[in-house]
Design a protein around this ligand. Sequence first.
Ligand code: G4P
Length: 293
Amino acid sequence: MHFQWYPGHMTKARRMMQENIKLIDIMVELVDARVPLSSKNPDIDELAKNKARLIVLNKIDMADARITKEWENYYKEKGFFVAKVNSRSGAGMKEVKKLIEEACRDKKERDRKRGILNRPVRAMIAGIPNVGKSTFINSFAGKACTKTGNKPGVTKGKQWIKINKNVELLDTPGILWPKFEDQKVGLRLAWIGSIKEEILDTTEMAIAFLGFLQEEYPGALEARYHVEERSKALAVLENIALERGCLGKGGQPDLEKAGLIVLDDYRSLRLGLISLEMPEGKMFPKGTDERKM
Ligand code: G4P
């Protein structure tokens, strides 16, 4: 599988991030709770070294809660502060504020000792495209926010959103690109819809997805499509096509159409709350997250 990113954009985005990082105290990195590792760019560790770090597991409303918990522990063990949020509803935002202040407590103390009082903590949001950065910023800043900019010492044109008297947020998020070295990363990002479909073979992608579901979420396909799921993924897709009346020329099952249905059902949560990866060495819980949707 091949993914085409634009190196020019990437270099520019990275340069801008490097500039902005100099201005902040804490890096708030958004990842998608369904793919908390594949949606993370490991370069950020180097870019944001010496900064306080907060990982925000976003879109928790779409993820398997049991697996989100595993990732929360995983990142905490690695020394990050971790928050779980739904940026669309705003759930978890209070906790984010609290964690930013907590993560910057040492820095505040250093400021105090140097006689700097009441300087707000400055934060930057970063993450790969589609992870929810803009939605997060809107929700986190809320309606009551006031923008500040062009202050002495602030690069001209930089906009800071005042969250409260202690925290300010840079209004432009940092954009990172996912790392596709492992083919599974690309597949998972494609399954959640973060990579443009035109550049991928839908049928191939859907078959791989069915294989994943058969293995890790047994029962999910039968529940949705009433098909026998213990056969080869290709045969399951054929049966879904027949079941859904996706027929091509000569009455052959239209696998591409059926594949699109499956992926659309997944992204719209009609297959349940399904996460796509576990921390290394951990097993999927099997069965489905029974949370009410
Ligand atoms: P980006 O800036 O990182 O590129 O992401 P953006 O905020 O544009 O969000 C990408 C999509 O993800 C949007 O959906 C947005 O609504 C959705 N989203 C962001 N956070 C959450 C969340 O916590 N839960 C859920 N369920 N969705 C979230 P869209 O369909 O592309 O746009 P729209 O229909 O919301 O306008």
